[in-house]
Design a protein around this ligand. Structure first.
Ligand code: HEC
Length: 269
């Protein structure tokens, strides 16, 4: 039911009187009308004589943990078990598992995890570490200290927990990404780095037999290399090897590149 104008008016008048006549004591103990904009209160860490340490803010009780910050799951949050790097990607443990003394449960490396890792890697790491992890990202090309390639033996053999640790805590000239990359994403990136490492050091059996069949034979590769270079776009499966003409194109000043394919477009506009 709608409030009648009369009732609304008297309510309004009542509130106004209330504001006018309600008052309180200021910090100095003197009467002060209540001022909702500038209340009599202390600011955090404002100097005050009341507490022994002279500050309005009280220290946190020892052992206080902010909500959501109780990270006792060492494998998931530190990448270690008893201080040693984990060798598999852990998943966050449940309270029951932690209370039951479980130290780690491996997280399956799914396509979704790798896709997420690739996406986060591209955003956060590729600018320095490069698309394939050779340490040749754009920032490095512009003068930043070059990181080591992920494909050196030491990093290939490093346990996956090391990659998590580097992201979380930084390493030498590389600063920490803890504030930018959440724990689960650190693991996704670590999984993706593993995939990058594998991509640059494939083992027999990494590729399904059907895909192996599609690869060109050694003779085909040689023949392709010997054949005069034609300016056709490469087709899937074709092996492209550097040609003298590529080098000429790479070194030609902009605008003088071979534009043969564009000739077909002439007269379209
Ligand atoms: C601003 C450039 C930069 C970015 C961005 C960057 N790194 Fe690095 N990274 C470096 C440099 C430089 C080093 C070498 C540090 C050193 O040895 O002092 C390094 C080293 C590393 C190493 C090797 C540590 C070792 O054991 O030698 C790993 C692994 C690594 N980075 C992972 C990452 C990951 C993962 C990301 C993204 C979350 C990332 N980095 C983002 C610059 C970068």
């Amino acid at each position: 039911m709608a409030m009648s104008t009369h009732v609304r008016r008297s309510l309004g008048a009542g509130a106004l009187c209330g504001l006018l006549f309600v008052g309180g004591c200021g910090r100095d103990g003197k009467f002060a009308p209540v001022d909702m904009w500038n209340r009599s209160r202390y600011k955090p860490y404002e100097p005050v004589g009341f507490f022994a340490d002279g500050s309005t803010s009280r220290p946190l009780v020892e052992g206080t943990v902010a909500r959501g910050q109780l990270r006792t799951d060492e494998a998931f949050y530190q990448g270690t078990i008893n201080g040693k790097y984990v060798t598999q990607i852990p998943r966050a443990l449940t309270r029951t598992q932690l209370d039951g003394g479980t130290t780690m449960v491996a997280q399956p490396v799914t396509r979704a995890l790798l896709e997420r890792g690739r996406e986060r890697y591209t955003v956060n790491c590729q600018p320095c570490h490069g698309l394939t992890g050779q340490g040749d990202g754009m920032i490095v090309k512009r003068g930043f200290a070059p990181p080591p390639s992920y494909h050196i033996t030491r990093l290939r053999q490093a346990p996956v927990g090391h990659f998590y640790d580097v992201i979380a805590n930084g390493y030498g000239a590389m600063y920490s990404y803890a504030a930018r990359v959440e724990p689960q994403d650190r693991w996704a990136i670590a999984a993706y780095i593993r995939a990058l490492q594998r991509s640059q050091n494939p083992q027999p059996g990494d590729m399904p037999a059907a895909e192996m069949q599609k690869l060109p034979t050694a003779e085909q590769v040689e023949k392709a290399a010997a054949a005069p270079k034609t300016n056709t776009p490469s087709t899937p499966g074709e092996v492209t090897t550097p040609h003298a003409s590529d080098k000429a194109n790479a070194e030609a000043p902009l605008g003088t590149l071979d534009k043969t394919p564009q000739k077909a477009d002439q007269g379209v506009h």
